[in-house]
Each structure stands twice: as structure tokens, then as C-alpha cells.
Write a protein that binds this ligand. Structure first.
Ligand code: NDP
Ligand code: A1CAB
Length: 264
């Protein structure tokens, strides 16, 4: 039995992605304290919504998707009810396996995972790192579960804050670019629906080429930049405004915020 505690944006994306890719709703328990959202989850996914202690008693794999700030209180509550063989998978940004282990029973196998919301459409990217008691079989169980909603990589835990900054928060950066490009089209007088269509398909096509061509992004960008043309003029403006530095600083800020979250 798999249980998901916290069906907010990320927990629900994982739930929906897992069910879309063939998990049986009868094998999934969800914990959601808000009655209206619990009713929505039952209606939308045909899953059982149960209290956290009940989920802990039944689950062999427990996925926790609460805000980092709420994690410690929940772990303290859950620990007495957990099955001894339960694997705990936390997707909370910044919360280290050391903190997870400290608030669970001695010897509990924990895996720290950082997924992203494209899990909802089966195109997620998740990195996982095991705690002190996570054996290969535990990491494989977590990887197998999360690979149902996209790609999974195993990384040393020291990279998890950078993972969070790159792929965890990453979808938001692309939505930010999309939003900015759409507004630019509207500013220039284009109907909003046309601008949305052009930008959405361009991002989708560019992403597919980056994934499928095996080429470095610089090579792909050079192929778009005709000599003396429009793209070179645009990229010069991006460089003049320090967009590269802004992105690097933004990603560093996300990494640093992830580190801070483990400090409570
Ligand atoms: N959003 C993202 O793209 C990603 C998020 N994450 C991580 O996922 C976690 C959740 O983030 P996100 O989904 O964005 O946040 P949300 O606020 O959308 O989700 C948190 C959920 O937890 C529920 N909750 C709070 N307390 C309890 C409890 N005691 N028992 C059960 N459920 C509870 C909340 O319910 P209610 O609303 O009723 O309070 C809410 O549905 C965070 O730790 C974040 O770092 C990781 C990767 C990507
Ligand atoms: O913004 C956040 O803190 C979470 C973690 C990664 C994506 N969303």
C-alpha cells in the first residue's frame, strides 16, 4: 500500500501522475485534512482519504508532501504508528535525511526526493538520495514509484539543494519566460490567444529538440541565429541586460533558500 500525506500541488501531481500511469487507486491512500479537498480527491481519483495515523499503519511506502515548515510536527506524530518496514519518501525542499531520521523511529529507511510538477503529465524529473538506513532495495522502490511519473536520477545528498534549484523550481522559470514572451507579443499588438499559441508551441518544440537532438543548447541556439539577423539582435539585448547573470543568481538564491529550510 502506498500512502501520500499532503495532497497539495506536488502531492496531487504525484498522485494524478501515478494513477494516470496505471497504479490502482485501491492501492493508494491519501491524507488531506481539509474536508472539501478530501471530497474532491475522492471524487476525482477514487482513492481513500484517511487520517495520517491510519495511512502510517497501512503503508509500506509513505510519501510525504507537506510544506517543509510542517514536516517535523508531522514526523513526530507519525513515528509511533509507522510499520517497522515502511519506507518514508519525503519530497520536502531542504529537509535532510538526517532531520527525517531524527524524527522517525531508529532504523527507519528514508529517501529524500525532489520531483517537479510536470509529473502530472508523466514528464517529471526527480532526484533521489537515500538516508543512513536506505538500502538499494529502498532506493529502487522509490525510483520505481517515481519513474511512473517521469525520469529519476540518484544523486549524493549534497546535491539535493542544487537539484531543488534546477529541476524542482525549474518549471517556474520556464513559465516565467513564457509569460514574459506572451506579454511582449500582446504589447506589440498581437491577440493574446495567438501569442499564447506561438509561445507554447515554441517552448514545447525547443524542449523536444534539446531532449532528442543530443546537441548542446549553444549549438541549437547558433542554428537559430542567422548572421546579421533577428536572433543575434535579441540575444545581444539579453546579454546587455544581464539575463544570464540574473538566472545564475536566481538559481543560487533557490539553492540557498533550500539550505535554509533545513534549519527550520
Ligand atoms: N510545488 C512544487 O513544484 C514542488 C514542491 N515540493 C515540495 O512539496 C511539498 C509541498 O509543496 P506544495 O505542494 O507546493 O505545497 P501545498 O501547500 O500545495 O501542499 C501542502 C499540502 O499539505 C497539506 N497538509 C498540511 N498539513 C497536513 C497534515 N498534517 N496532514 C496532511 N496534509 C497536510 C496541505 O493541506 P491544506 O492546504 O488543507 O493546508 C496541502 O494540501 C513542499 O515540501 C515542497 O518543498 C517539491 C518539489 C516541487
Ligand atoms: O518553491 C518551493 O519551495 C518548492 C520546492 C521546489 C519547487 N517548489
Amino acid at each position: 500500500m502506498i500512502a501520500i500525506i499532503g495532497a497539495g500541488k506536488m502531492g496531487e501531481a504525484l498522485l494524478a501522475g501515478m494513477l494516470n500511469t496505471g497504479h490502482d487507486p485501491a492501492d493508494v491512500l491519501v491524507t488531506e485534512p481539509r474536508a472539501d479537498h478530501a471530497a474532491e480527491l475522492r471524487a476525482r481519483y477514487a482513492v481513500r482519504v484517511v487520517p495520517a495515523a491510519e495511512a502510517a499503519r497501512q503503508a509500506s511506502t509513505l510519501i510525504i508532501a507537506l510544506k517543509p515548515q510542517d514536516m517535523v510536527a508531522l514526523l513526530d506524530d507519525l513515528a509511533p504508528a509507522l510499520r517497522p518496514d515502511c519506507l518514508v519518501v519525503s519530497v520536502a525542499a531542504g529537509i535532510t535525511t538526517e532531520v527525517l531520521e531524527k524524527h522517525l523511529n531508529p532504523d527507519t529507511a528514508v529517501v529524500r526526493a525532489m520531483p517537479n510538477t510536470p509529473a502530472l503529465v508523466g514528464l517529471g524529473m526527480t532526484a533521489v538520495a537515500g538516508g543512513r538506513h536506505a538500502r538499494d532495495e529502498h532506493l529502487e522502490r522509490a525510483e520505481s514509484l517515481l519513474s511512473s511519473v517521469g525520469e529519476v536520477v540518484r544523486v549524493p545528498e549534497k546535491y539535493m539543494d542544487t537539484v531543488t534549484a534546477l529541476s524542482g523550481s525549474g518549471p517556474a522559470y520556464f513559465y516565467f519566460i513564457a509569460e514574459t514572451m506572451i506579454e511582449a507579443g500582446v504589447l506589440m499588438g498581437m491577440p493574446r490567444a495567438t501569442a499564447e499559441k506561438l509561445v507554447t508551441q515554441t517552448i514545447t518544440g525547443a524542449a523536444a529538440m534539446l531532449r532528442d537532438s543530443g546537441e548542446h543548447p549553444v549549438v541549437l541556439r547558433e542554428a537559430v541565429s542567422s548572421p546579421g539577423g533577428t536572433t543575434a539582435a535579441a540575444v545581444r539585448e539579453l546579454e546587455r541586460h544581464g539575463v544570464r547573470t540574473a538566472f545564475t543568481d536566481a538559481i543560487e538564491a533557490a539553492r540557498d533558500r533550500s539550505r535554509q529550510l533545513s534549519e527550520g
